[in-house]
Design a protein around this ligand. Structure first.
Ligand SMILES: *Cc1c(COP(=O)(O)O)cnc(C)c1O
Length: 382
């Protein structure tokens, strides 16, 4: 008998996307910063409390803008985890800076804030906390360290849309924050992202960098009488069709988050007993963190072979995935970056972590089958 296949991810559409795209089409304004982009900016600013939100093509683009805003010079150092997506480091390497990797905390798998000060050198310019799985890093401590040493903080909040730390939106706490609306995230536009500019000092320059290094935005506001090339920038803004799609998603962001949290909770309760018997470890969410159920992962016991588990689940119609291959061991990481020690917790997560299907529309029945099959596969092997 052929069993039903449960994909790892299925992009969720609210149903309004094509309607808003048609409206943008009808408006006849397809370039960026039209009515839908403005609505998205206003929503993001209201939702996060950030002084300024700017849509970008991706979180990668937002991180690249942040790196440009810092005026980094070759050899400047930026502290970040190795257990993250490529773009966290790549954005800074593009400016000639050197990512310095430190280990993650064993509980949240976020940057271990207690290791930051030991990694500082006279060249250190910034810290990049990555809010893994939409669970906040220990931001109070990180901001205190940054203030003490005159460093900038750029939050990679790619996974953190609708998450909070002590009631504050992720991405709005550091000097700059970056969101992703990639189709694998919670709120999507295919490819897409946003830069949150939390310090007024960056406000004008962020607009300039996003508009090919020109003061075009100021020209359209009537603040200057012509627009010219002001500094190094690029084209970081999405067109209105993408913004229209995103608007349909932002309108439903609260419901999307609630539905994901329900699925997350069902996994969490179902796997409590497997955690008790040592088969796996469940995610840990500190009390200060309001998370967005971006991800449900488990850390498999060392007795389990992850590749076999993935293969066997796939055979039974359930798609699970792993990540990250730690950046400090990657070919580009070895060439452009430095690691502080051998990062044992990073390596452990890189070897043991398994991500489970989590998407809006995954029914309780289908999820029950996923849970049951995973329990069978894992306990058979334990
Ligand atoms: C998804 C992701 C990114 C990149 O986002 P894009 O929008 O695809 O550029 C960066 N950092 C982290 C931690 C991510 O999860």
């Amino acid at each position: 008998m052929k069993e039903k296949t449960t994909p790892f991810n299925r992009p969720y559409m609210t149903g309004k996307e094509l309607h808003y795209i048609a409206q943008a089409h009808f408006n006849g304004q397809l370039a960026g910063d039209g009515p839908f982009t403005k609505r998205c900016h206003a929503w993001l600013e209201r939702q996060t409390g950030s002084a300024k939100a700017l849509l970008t093509h991706s979180c990668t683009a937002a991180l690249e803008m942040a790196a440009l805003l810092l005026d980094l010079e070759p050899g400047d150092e930026v502290i970040m985890p190795s257990y993250t997506f490529v773009s966290t480091a790549n954005a800074f390497v593009l400016r000639g800076a050197k990512p310095v990797f430190i280990d993650i905390r064993p509980d949240t798998l976020n940057i271990d804030e207690s290791l930051i000060e030991a990694a500082l050198t006279p060249r250190t310019r910034a810290i990049v906390p990555v809010h893994y799985a939409g669970v906040a890093c220990e931001m109070d401590t990180i901001m205190r360290i940054a203030q003490r040493h005159g460093l900038m903080v750029i939050e990679d909040a790619a996974q953190g849309v609708m998450s909070t730390y002590k009631g504050r939106a992720l991405g709005s706490i550091g000097h700059l924050g970056a969101y992703s609306f990639h189709e694998t995230k919670n709120v999507i536009s295919g490819e897409g992202g946003a830069l949150l500019v939390n310090n007024a000092e960056f406000s004008i320059r962020a607009e300039t960098i996003r508009e090919k290094g020109t003061d075009r935005s100021r020209f359209f506001r009537g603040e200057v009488d012509k627009y010219t090339w002001q500094e190094v920038g690029s084209s970081f803004l999405p067109g209105e069709l993408v913004a229209g799609f995103l608007w349909a998603q932002l309108e439903e962001a609260e419901r999307i988050t609630r539905e994901r949290l329900d699925i997350w909770e069902r996994y969490h309760q179902a796997f409590a007993s497997l955690e008790r018997d040592g088969t796996l470890r469940r995610p840990i969410v500190p009390a200060d963190c309001g998370h967005n159920a971006h991800m449900y992962y488990v850390l498999l016991a060392s007795s389990l072979d992850r590749q076999n588990v993935i293969a066997e689940l796939k055979q039974r119609g359930i798609w699970t995935v792993f990540h990250y291959v730690p950046l400090h061991n990657s070919p580009a990481g070895l060439r452009y970056c430095r690691a502080e020690g051998d990062l044992p917790e990073t390596c452990l997560a890189g070897e043991r972590l398994l991500r489970l299907p989590l998407w809006v529309g995954l029914s309780p029945q289908e999820q029950a089958r996923v849970i049951e099959t995973i329990a069978e596969v894992l306990t058979k092997r334990a």
